[in-house]
Design a binder for this molecule. Structure first.
Ligand code: 3DD
Length: 425
């Protein structure tokens, strides 16, 4: 439990970390020019005035920039973290010290995790902002009476969007949701380049091992897995990809990665990372085959991809040998397997998550999503929607402007040519 007493509108680990946290937030601000431009523009008109946003998203220095941008645009905020291990306590302290209603600390229990979500719902939000859908699930399963007051919600991550689409299909959704994850300026940047870099960052901070020359097994070749494979290869690893989807596996083959079932890869890998969104990706028979010293981690949103109950059934003793690194000594022959971040997303639990530069675009989509729902949510049916394609071009254009890049534009004649079917070659 966090040592800071809960006041009426926040609970964090240690308010004394606020000064350090504020400097981390300022560092992120200097690398999130799109959000900062939106903050400057909308602080004047405050289009979110009167809105109460309950957020459930990793409390990182980048999320703090989003929170303070939404607040500058007029919204009232109440926030919790979306993973028990991903909160940066100094950032949470800085937000609390600045008056943000925040309930988040690193290392909370699952019970405390849901207590924090309940606290954010006390002010009866008009909008919800999710990463992994725990907040919206809590509204639907525990506080359905709040749904009538909610104009809509956004969802940040692949797995969350998948589950919300299933709810919408089954007509269980009580209010409209915008799938921020499905914006190209989110998934094609955050999921690929963000996850690739931040997952290697998490592994390196937790273990400090050499990546070059190691056999690096990536389970899942979706956008996140692709990023991990790309970055591991960049550091000199021999990358093996495991998949269940033929097209994804074929892409990995054509990118030059080895592809094989986990049953085969388990005996070969030095480092394993799961990025599938599926449960039980690495299970007992795989742990049994692993080499002495194998390192295993997950970068998927939920902590179900490594079956640690299976590993525990094989284990004689466990010790925390480094921060975010636990050593499991196996009964059979004393072999040691190392699990990072207790099987939770290694990029946020053992490092700081994706770099600010990519979160700048993900969170610009979150910001525009909140604006759209504030304006139109009341007239939208409960379903899952993607943000308009032109918004992607606007976000990418803002990013290019803020990094001083300019591009060509089509002439009127070229635009006409696109639709011209009067002649061929
Ligand atoms: N996620 C990764 N890095 C993050 C950061 N620095 N701040 C907040 C959230 C962060 C999670 C996102 O990648 C989210 O898009 C996801 O889970 O898909």
């Amino acid at each position: 439990m966090s040592s800071t007493p809960q006041t009426e509108n926040y609970k964090v680990a240690d308010l004394g970390l606020a000064k350090q946290g504020r400097m981390k937030i300022e560092w992120a601000e200097s690398r999130m020019p799109v959000l900062m431009a939106l903050r400057e523009k909308y602080a004047k008109t405050k289009p979110l005035a009167g809105q109460r946003i309950a957020g459930c998203l990793h409390v990182t220095k980048e999320t703090a920039v989003l929170i303070e941008t939404l607040s500058a645009a007029g919204a009232e905020i109440s926030w919790s973290g979306c993973n028990p291990l991903s909160t940066q306590d100094d950032v949470a302290a800085a937000l609390a010290a600045a008056g943000v209603s925040i309930y988040a600390w690193h290392g909370m229990s699952v019970e405390e995790f849901y207590w924090c979500i309940d606290k954010t719902l006390e002010f009866k939000p008009s909008l919800t902002l999710d990463d992994g859908a725990d907040l919206i699930f809590t509204v639907h399963n525990k506080h359905p009476e709040l749904a009538s007051g909610i104009l809509g919600g956004t969802e940040e991550t692949t797995t969350g969007v998948h589950r919300l689409r299933a709810m919408a299909r089954d007509k269980k959704l009580l209010y409209p949701v915008l799938a921020v994850n499905d914006s190209e300026t989110k998934w094609d940047f955050d999921n690929v380049y963000g996850t690739g870099q931040s997952s290697l960052d998490g592994i390196l901070r937790a273990t400090s091992v050499l990546i070059a020359g190691k056999t690096f097994v990536v389970a899942g070749y979706g956008h996140c897995g692709r990023g991990c494979a790309m970055r591991a290869r960049g550091m000199g690893a021999n990358v093996i990809v495991t998949e269940v989807k033929p097209t994804a596996a074929l892409k990995a083959v054509l990118e030059g990665f080895s592809v094989m079932p986990m049953d085969q890869a388990a005996a070969l890998g030095d480092i394993f990372i799961t990025a599938t969104g599926m449960k039980d990706v690495i299970v007992k028979r795989h742990f049994e085959q692993m080499k002495e010293g194998a390192i295993v981690c997950n970068t998927g949103h939920y902590d179900c991809e490594l079956n640690l109950d299976d590993l525990e059934s094989l284990t004689e003793s466990v010790r925390s040998i480094r921060p975010s690194t636990e050593e499991y000594k196996l009964k059979r022959d004393g072999r040691r397997v190392y699990v990072l971040a207790q099987g939770r997303l290694v990029n946020l639990a053992a490092a700081e998550g994706h770099p600010s530069e990519v979160m700048d675009m993900s969170f610009a989509n979150q910001f525009f999503g909140m604006m759209k729902l504030a304006a139109e949510g009341a007239s939208m049916e409960p379903d899952v929607y993607t943000l308009p394609e032109e918004l992607d071009q606007e976000v990418a254009g803002l990013k290019l402007d803020t990094i001083g890049m300019s591009i060509d534009t089509l002439t009127a004649e070229q635009v006409a040519y696109l639709d011209d079917y009067s002649s061929g070659t």
